[in-house]
Design a protein around this ligand. Sequence first.
Ligand SMILES: *[C@@H]1O[C@H](CO)[C@@H](O)[C@H](O)[C@H]1NC(C)=O
Ligand SMILES: *[C@@H]1O[C@H](CO)[C@@H](O)[C@H](O)[C@H]1NC(C)=O
Length: 458
Amino acid sequence: MKRCCWPSAVLPTYLLVVLLLALAASGEVIPRCGDRQLSQEEVEAQSGIVEASAAKRQALMQSTSKRTVLHAFQQQQRARAVNDYLDTYTLLTLDIPINYYVVHHEDGTGYVEEAMLEAQTAVMNDRFASPIDTGLRFHTNATVYINDTSLAMLCGHRRQFIAARYVILDGRDPAESLNVLVCRSRRFLGVAVFPWEAPEDDALQSINLHPGSLPGGYVADFNEGDTLVHEAGHYFGLFHVFEGTTCSRRRGDFIRDTAAQKYPTSGCPSPEESADTCPHRRGHDNIHNYMDYSTDACIDRFTRWQVVYMRYYTEYFRPRLSNAALVVEASSATCTDLGWQPADGVVGANGRGVCAESRVGSGDQCLTGDWFDAFFHCQSIGARMCTSDELMSMDNKGDIGRCRGLLRNRLVWTTNFCSRARRAVVRLRRRRPPKMECRPPERQAGTILCCADDTDTR
Ligand SMILES: *[C@@H]1O[C@H](CO)[C@@H](O)[C@H](O)[C@H]1NC(C)=O
Ligand SMILES: *[C@@H]1O[C@H](CO)[C@@H](O)[C@H](O)[C@H]1NC(C)=O
């Protein structure tokens, strides 16, 4: 058995088509996950569930146009221009709730104790904390047991399972939690869906995990809990280190600090230099990387740039997850803490004493950057990004510090979303009211202005 990210087994046809086209264009080969044929009996047993979910599926089809998905793919390609946010800012911790759904047979096959799931969450926390701290943490929010042989038999299976997911998740919102379906597939240890493949609140946004891969599980060599770490890597937007089965410089996993690797690793080659499927390229295979197929004992790291990308994709594609999981929800510091004097303060129309400014540190630094710069920067100084409402009601005549000139007639990033791929900016105009616009988040040169919530009553 192998770890498997490839969502072809769970993707609806229309998504799959887009995926195949995109890959065919770049000549990549698709690693196949299992796709067992169902018996007539199983299909009939499931028809009720499929029907019940037809309306939901219909809604999904309408809400995700091919263009949206394709656009997301293009964004992903362009994302190679991602900045080194990890180096520039202190990324705040996100504490992500996990919901486990144990889908087991009535005779007990596939049943696992809660303690094993708790151990799995502990492994997630361990792996995402070091050697490079991703700032991503996890806690078990709910464990749901589903004692249903017919559902268990659909584990990881194509269309029926898509419908079944709505039933299994039972109203829990995938946009605000990581949903892990623990069930036995005969073909793979795990399957995840990439963040750009479906809307963030869609039931597709969940991971399938084989119970034998849990810490202490029965699948030899793959029972230390690293399969979920690997699948979560996909869920946060990472490809395999051998993506595209190519040594090409322009394809592969798009990660700068993983060496070119053509094929998945099996076992744990020793010495490690002996594994080198792209001998004419620098470095040897990434056999210790979580995004390879080596055994659990062999893998122990994400690279720096994998971490940068995971955080980037999470803010980009899962804004609600970041908000729900952000440990510091508003600004941890008040205006006074940040040294933003009342003179620099901007009192929001709501009178909550919001203060905003664009000056940083001791110097007269006035920052511009892309949306992610604004997001990470505001977080790292203990403030937060301003909402469009706050900026729209900002007293532009007031003293907003030494960056006042910079702010005039400039676009300021806000927390608001226009659509999946665009973020709202507010243009602060001279002698005219501010105006809201939309632009792609990776565009540079929006002005960075942060807000803080002053608890002082004035
Ligand atoms: C699952 O259901 C079957 C029959 O419906 C029952 O005999 C069995 O005890 C249940 N198992 C668990 C773990 O609840
Ligand atoms: C956490 O679990 C509770 C109880 O099952 C559920 O109602 C809630 O939706 C879950 N929270 C998230 C964020 O999934």
